[in-house]
Each structure stands twice: as structure tokens, then as C-alpha cells.
Design a protein around this ligand. Structure first.
Ligand SMILES: NC(=O)c1ccc[n+]([C@@H]2O[C@H](COP(=O)([O-])OP(=O)(O)OC[C@H]3O[C@@H](n4cnc5c(N)ncnc54)[C@H](OP(=O)(O)O)[C@@H]3O)[C@@H](O)[C@H]2O)c1
Length: 264
């Protein structure tokens, strides 16, 4: 049976890689994003392998999401797999200097947009007793880091929302998975630093980060597992990434930075 897959944020990074992978499997693809030119290029590129329907849509627009997902044309109307991937981080300022507008954009996209898409498609999945929701969380939802303030909080929401969905869906055959990547080289950092490509490149300097294809491969594996197997959360980092030690502020450090043994 042909799978119908809806991917939000399909114009770049993980979403575009997932679109390519599921096209190879011959899925019916619904690709969502704001950049129409990229969606149409993907449509052209993948149409030989799969049936593709593109929707130019801002997931923050509740009414537009509800209307678009309620009127999906055949053969795209019964979504089996929702990949809630659209999301972003903005800025790395400490909370007292961060932009409230940027905080709001992250909440509207990563939290509210994700709930709009989920709420629009879930009743159909429940009625068919079939479906899988894959959410893109982040290690930032599991561990705090300086400047991660609202971005990390939105991803903690995604993790808890994913697990609470599982609680509500107990007794159905619908699966929910939260994918929690670490450092991955996509357009993520260019977006975070508002187009500053040099600063974005610096994030990955000297590392071998995850790629978008790595994440697509993981999502394909999670989805291909037998229907009785639900991966709740899957945290993944590149081998070059690990956890920082606990940060400790030392009064004398402010005066003599080089004497702090924790940072040397
Ligand atoms: N890269 C990482 O290190 C990393 C690590 C952990 C988790 N993640 C998460 O993984 C997801 C994908 O990120 P990525 O790394 O692939 O970044 P990316 O290359 O910047 O892709 C982000 C995608 O989200 C879409 N998007 C953003 N705002 C949107 C909106 N309002 N409406 C619709 N689509 C929107 C963008 O499309 P348009 O601009 O065309 O709308 C784009 O396709 C995000 O949720 C991110 O938080 C990334």
C-alpha cells in the first residue's frame, strides 16, 4: 500500500532530505514550506519517482493550516505519516538581551505551528486507526545551554507533547516519535544568525556534524519498524559532540580568567 507522507519544512535541510528519501520509496508526498520556488523545484525533481503535492504555507497561520490540511486532494487526503519538521532557532543572546519578537517567532513556529498540523491530521489517523507522527525535537530540549533559552524550551515542549500524544493514543495503532538531533549541518545556523554565513560556518568548523541525510535515514528506519514497535524518543549526536561539564561561576575568575581550572 502506498504511504502518504506530509513533511513540513520540506524546502531545506532535514525536510528536503526526507522528501528525497520517501520519494525513492514511491510514497505520495505532500511538501509544505513558505518558499514556493524551492517547493516547485522539488516537485519537478521528485515527480518522476513519486506523486507530489506542494503547499505553500506558513505553519504559524492557524486558519491556513486548518484549511489546507482539511482539503487535501486525492490521492493525498489520507496522511499516514506526518513529519513535523518546520522549525527554527533565532539568535544566541542571553535571555535579558534576547529579542521578544524572535522568541515569539520560535514559539509560533516550533510550538504552535506543530500543534496546528498535528491537530488537523490526527482525527483522520484515529478514524483510520493508522498513522505515525514524527516530530523534530532537539538535544536543546533535553539539555540547557547558554543562549538556548526559548529555542530549547520549544523543543522541550515538542518532547513532552510527543509523549503526551502517545498517552492519548494508547489503544490505537498510531505511533509517535520525537527525533532529537544534535549538531547538524543544514541552513539552521544561517537562519539562526540571520544570514551571517561566516558565523554559521564557524559553528561547524573542524567538526564532522550530522547531515540532513543522516536524519532522513534515521526517520526512514523508525518508520519502517514493524507497526507494534514505537520509538518514543531518539537522541542522536555526531561522534564529535558530547556534553559540557557543569558550568561553575567563580568570583576570582572574573578578575583572573586564566586561573579557572574548569575552563582550561
Ligand atoms: N540543524 C540542526 O542542528 C538541528 C538540530 C536539532 C533539531 N533541529 C530541528 O530540525 C528541524 C529542521 O531544521 P533544519 O536543520 O533542517 O533547518 P533548515 O535547513 O533551516 O530547515 C528548516 C525548514 O523549516 C521551514 N520553516 C521554517 N519556518 C516555517 C514556517 N513558519 N512555516 C513553514 N515552514 C517553515 C523552512 O522552510 P521555509 O523557510 O521555506 O518556510 C525549512 O524548510 C527544525 O525543527 C530544527 O529546530 C535542527
Amino acid at each position: 500500500m502506498t504511504q502518504t507522507v506530509l513533511i513540513t519544512g520540506a524546502t531545506s535541510g532535514f525536510g528536503a532530505a526526507c522528501a528525497r528519501s520517501f520519494a525513492e520509496q514511491g510514497a505520495n508526498l505532500i511538501l509544505v514550506g513558505r518558499r514556493a520556488d524551492r517547493l516547485h523545484a522539488l516537485h519537478k525533481q521528485l515527480s518522476g519517482q513519486a506523486a507530489v503535492h506542494v503547499i505553500v504555507l506558513d505553519v504559524r497561520d492557524r486558519r491556513a493550516v486548518t484549511e489546507a490540511l482539511a482539503s487535501l486532494p486525492a490521492p493525498f487526503s489520507s496522511v499516514d505519516l506526518l513529519i513535523n519538521n518546520a522549525g527554527l532557532a533565532l539568535g544566541l543572546e542571553p535571555a535579558h538581551r534576547a529579542s521578544l519578537d524572535e522568541w515569539e517567532t520560535m514559539i509560533d513556529t516550533n510550538v504552535k505551528g506543530l500543534t496546528y498540523c498535528t491537530r488537523a491530521l490526527l482525527p483522520g489517523m484515529v478514524a483510520r486507526n493508522r498513522g505515525h507522527i514524527v516530530n523534530l525535537g532537539s538535544v536543546a530540549g533535553n539539555y540547557p545551554y547558554p543562549g538556548g533559552n526559548v529555542y530549547g524550551a520549544t523543543k522541550a515542549f515538542v518532547r513532552q507533547f510527543s509523549h503526551n500524544l502517545r498517552a492519548d493514543l494508547l489503544g490505537t495503532r498510531i505511533r509517535v516519535t520525537n527525533i532529537e538531533p544534535g549538531l547538524a549541518d543544514t541552513e539552521f545556523s544561517v537562519v539562526r544568525f540571520k544570514g551571517d554565513a561566516e558565523r554559521a560556518t564557524e559553528v561547524y568548523r573542524g567538526t564532522e556534524p550530522l547531515t540532513a541525510d543522516d536524519i532522513a535515514e534515521i526517520i526512514c528506519w523508525v518508520v519502517a519498524l514493524p507497526p507494534h514497535v514505537n520509538v518514543n524518543s531518539l537522541e542522536v549526536m555526531p561522534t564529535c559532540q558530547s556534553w559540557a561539564p557543569f558550568a561553575i561561576h567563580r568570583e576570582e575568575e572574573a578578575a583572573h580568567p586564566s586561573t579557572n581550572p574548569v575552563t582550561e
